[in-house]
Design a protein around this ligand. Structure first.
Ligand code: ADP
Length: 319
């Protein structure tokens, strides 16, 4: 009784003492991906009802042999088929000259039946990623990696801008969560020009330009640990795109925060099994409000967004 009285005098309600945190909601990336794929499929059919020859098609260029890229490309083709799009892959040998790839991209740029060109990354070391990605015509740049499209997203991120697929996937996830973003803090870990940086820009951009009006902190390899910790502890939303397993754990996050894990890391378990994990440890579920899992979170949405971008490119080219 004495104890209760002392709580009362300190204005502490019993309800706060006996609160037990529920586990975080695990965001279902497949569900959102299916929604995006359905939208794409329906819009293709609608466009075909006006113009029967409307048939969005992308070509992916794969140089060398990378087992992870092979899996991604197969997935892209499979999802394309699901959406009623055409997707083909051109395989080139590891030692292909840059001039040959640039020539191929030039031909694809000129081909009116091709609406999207994908340069599957990473490229072998003798090739310039920037040179090759920039050779894609911006209207066919369905990955959103060209200087033109990355530049455009500084100005606006609305529907007519081709955004990098992972950044678009994060945008769609935040929209799907219907969270109030105005006045909230976000941390993006990773600043690569085609993943982390575009995500930071979109989260921090003005809502009237398609952004979320969040106050955004960008952390990276050179961010001291204490600064990363301080930023994350104050964040309502954390997006991790660092490619470092275990980088974000439960001690780094604010209760109820939203965590979007963009990391896709292949690791070998002690039992010798190869698995894919994100940047966040499983214990974040004890503290966070919403967590996107790996696999099954951002990944499927990213592939679905590639289909959205191919449709968008085809529409822009058919105007
Ligand atoms: P992606 O293309 O998926 O973004 P990159 O390897 O190009 O992958 O970029 C990884 C990003 O993650 C870089 O911006 C890098 O600075 C950041 N990063 C890597 N390790 C850490 C770390 N330990 N802490 C914070 N950021 C990191």
């Amino acid at each position: 009784m004495q104890f209760l009285k002392s709580l009362h005098s300190k204005n502490i309600s019993l309800k706060y003492l006996f609160i037990r945190r529920e586990l975080a909601t695990i965001f279902n990336g497949h569900q959102l991906a299916n929604k995006i794929k359905r939208e794409v499929k329906e819009e293709i059919l609608l466009n075909q009802s006006f113009k029967s020859s409307f048939s969005p098609q992308f070509v992916a260029i794969a140089v060398g042999h990378n087992p992870a890229s092979k899996i991604y490309l197969e997935k892209k083709q499979e999802v394309a088929e699901e959406c009623g799009l055409k997707g083909q892959v051109i395989h080139l040998s590891e030692d292909t000259f840059e001039s040959k790839i640039l020539g191929l991209i030039h031909d694809l740029n000129e081909d009116p039946s091709i609406h999207g060109i994908i340069v599957q990354l990473p490229l072998p070391l003798h090739l310039s990623e920037i040179q090759i990605c920039n050779a894609v015509h911006p209207s066919k740049d369905v990955d959103g990696f060209t200087q033109t499209n990355l530049g455009k997203l500084m100005q606006k991120t609305t529907e007519s801008t081709i955004l990098p697929c992972t950044a678009l996937a994060v945008k769609r996830i935040v929209e799907e969560l219907k969270m109030i973003t105005l006045g909230k803090n976000a941390v993006v870990i990773g600043r690569s020009h085609n993943v982390g940086l575009p995500i930071s820009i979109i989260l921090g951009a003005d809502m009237t330009k398609g952004g979320f009006d969040m106050t955004t902190v960008s952390c990276h390899r050179a961010t001291p640990t204490h600064q990363l910790t301080r930023a994350c502890l104050g964040a309502d939303l954390i997006v991790s795109a660092a490619g470092v397993p275990g980088l974000v754990n439960k001690y780094l996050i604010k209760p109820g925060s939203i965590l979007i894990d963009v990391g896709l890391n292949r690791i070998r378990t002690a039992a010798g099994k190869n698995i894919v994990v994100g940047d966040m440890t499983k214990d974040v579920n004890e503290v966070a409000g919403v967590v996107t899992p790996v696999p099954g979170g951002v990944g499927p949405c990213t592939v679905a967004c590639l289909m959205y971008n191919t449709l968008l490119a085809a529409k822009l080219q058919n105007l």
